[in-house]
Every structure is written in C-alpha cells, then in structure tokens.
Design a protein around this ligand. Structure first.
Ligand code: GRG
Length: 303
C-alpha cells in the first residue's frame, strides 16, 4: 500500500530520522537524571531509553519545522510525548492489563523492577512530561505552551489513551464491531500521534489552517499505524507467530483483517495514506517532505 501514483520528493529520510532520533535520545537522557530514590529513577530511564522508533517526537519536530518553527522549541514537547507514550507502554504491559513480559526487545519494566515500581515509574513519567513542557520550552509564547499542554492532556485522558484502553478492556471476550475497533484505535493510538503533530504546529507558530491540516494528516496516519499493525500481525513470519501476533490471534482479539479481510484492510491502509498525503499538499513540498516520508514509513514499516 505504498502511494506509487504520487511522485516522491527527493529527501534523505533515513538520515533525517537517525539524526532527529539521536537528538531526541540525548534530550531524553538529560531529562531524567539518575538520582535518589535511585530505583524509581532507574526504572524511568530503563523504559524511556530502551529504544523505540521515536515516531511521536519526530512528528512533533517535523510539524514544528514545517510551519517555520525551530527544533529547539519543539524538543521539550517531543520528549514529553515520548514520556507519555512510554508510561502507557509500562502500564499496558502490567499483569492485570496486557500481561506482556517483554517490551522493546527487553524484559518489561514490571519484570525488572516489580509491579509497584513499574506503576509508580509510569506515574512519574506522566507528571514529568507535563512539567517538562511547562518548565523547559524557551522562546515560545505562554499561550502556545498552554495550548500544547492542553492538547497533550486531552490525548492522555478519557478522550485519549485512557478512554481507548478502557473500551479495549471492556470489550474483551465480546464481538467487536468495526466502529468499536476504530474507537479503540483512534483513542489508544491515533490521539497521541495527533497531539504530537498539533503540539509541533502550535509551538512552531502555525496558523489555524496549518494546524487543522496537520491534525487531519495525523488522524489518517494514526489509524493507518494501527491498520498496518494488524496487517503485520497476519503477515509476520510463522517464526514470530509464537510471540505477540500469536497471542492476539489466540485471544480472538478484533483486528482490521479479521473484520474486513486482509485485502480490504490493505486497501483501507492505502486510502488512509492517500488522504494523509493530500492534507500535506497545502504546504510547500520541500517543507512537507519529512511528514510525507513519515507517513510512507508508517505505511510500509515492518515492526
Ligand atoms: C495514559 C494515564 C495513562 C494510562 C495508560 C495502558 C493505557 C492507559 C493505554 C494503552 C496505550 C497503548 C499501549 C497503546 C498502543 C500504542 C502503540 C501503537 C504502541 C506501539 O507504538 P510504537 O510502534 O512503539 O511507536 P515504539 O516501541 O517504537 O515506541
């Protein structure tokens, strides 16, 4: 489902991703200092610095730069988004939620530090995220900072991650309709990706039209992210099927391929990618290139 009919601008995307991810990793490393009480700080750093594609920070920075902002303005928000994402993964892996022993190719936080420390490390990352934005954004007017924080909070709470997780848990063992599946994915996955690009555009000084365009772009790639995830679950090699994909299939969890068939799920992914790219047509192509390639990366990723 690559958008083969749309000409690719020339852009060193891989180099861009590596460079930006390095900057983000450095900023994250500096944001959580190892200090007493050591165990909880270790747990926070363990999960935050355990790898990860850094998609949300990259979206935030790319969106800020798209509307003429500077990377340094967006960096505290980019780090905050990764802290929020990481805390949601720590909590999601807990035995009473998804009960996953591994995350980002390493033992899950609760396996290493115990459940209570994992819960508290997640809580600490969440509050640090918001504090980090409020305290560390420099050179940006306070009203933009407040708007960015509000956008993040809405992606965290019942209109976002919490709401999506709640409905996901509530629908366990039941037949899930396509509409319910979309609700879960929009809230569990798409909202934080949306917050990432919107925060970037707001911090970068984007006008209302620009913010709306990137918001629409993000809504498409957010859902695309999950549709692709579901397709990967089906198409992963049989060797990998013993792990996460196998678990999802065995648990009878609803997925796009299950509800609409693999071919329809692939077409849906193609449509979402096309729509996302259409939203970017509003911007100068050279400036929109990072977001353009990020959408293609999400569509064609293999993990
Ligand atoms: C936010 C207060 C609060 C609580 C958390 C547990 C929970 C509520 C929500 C679950 C959220 C969740 C685990 C959503 C799935 C998100 C997702 C698509 C994860 C995979 O993202 P990638 O592929 O992972 O970007 P990496 O490791 O690359 O960062």
């Amino acid at each position: 489902f690559e958008s083969t009919d749309i000409p690719l601008p020339t852009f060193p995307f891989e180099e861009y991703m590596i460079r930006k991810a390095e900057q983000v990793n450095k900023a994250l490393d500096e944001a959580v200092v190892l200090q007493p009480p050591v165990k909880i700080h270790k747990a926070m750093r363990y999960s935050l610095l355990a790898g990860g594609k850094r998609v949300r920070p990259l979206l935030c920075i790319a969106s800020c730069e798209l509307v003429g902002g500077d990377e340094s303005w967006a960096m505290p928000a980019a780090c905050a988004l990764e802290m929020i994402h990481t805390m949601s993964l720590i909590h999601d892996d807990l035995p009473f939620l998804d009960n996953d022993e591994r995350r980002r190719s390493k033992p899950a936080s609760h396996e290493v530090f115990g459940e209570s420390t994992a819960i508290l490390a997640g809580d600490a990352l969440l509050s640090l995220a918001l504090e980090h934005v409020a305290v560390n954004i420099a050179g940006v007017s306070p009203d933009r900072v407040v708007r960015a924080i509000a956008e993040m909070c809405s992606a965290i709470g019942v209109e976002g991650l919490v709401g999506g997780e709640f409905v996901d848990i509530a629908s366990e063992g039941k037949d899930v309709s396509l509409k319910e599946l979309e609700y879960i994915h929009v809230h569990k996955t798409a909202k934080l990706l949306e917050a990432a690009v919107v925060c970037g555009a707001v911090i970068g000084g984007g006008n209302a039209i620009e913010v709306e365009r990137v918001r629409n772009y993000a809504r498409c790639i957010g859902l695309l992210f999950q549709v692709v995830d579901d397709i990967l679950d089906v198409t992963k090699s049989s060797e990998e099927l013993g792990k996460t994909a196998g678990k999802d299939l065995a648990s009878g969890k609803a997925t796009y391929p299950k509800l609409m068939g693999i071919e329809n799920a692939k077409s849906f992914a193609g449509e979402l990618l096309g729509q996302a790219i259409e939203e970017l047509a509003y911007f100068e192509a050279s400036k929109a290139a990072p977001l353009y390639f990020l959408a293609n990366y999400i569509a064609s990723r293999q993990n």
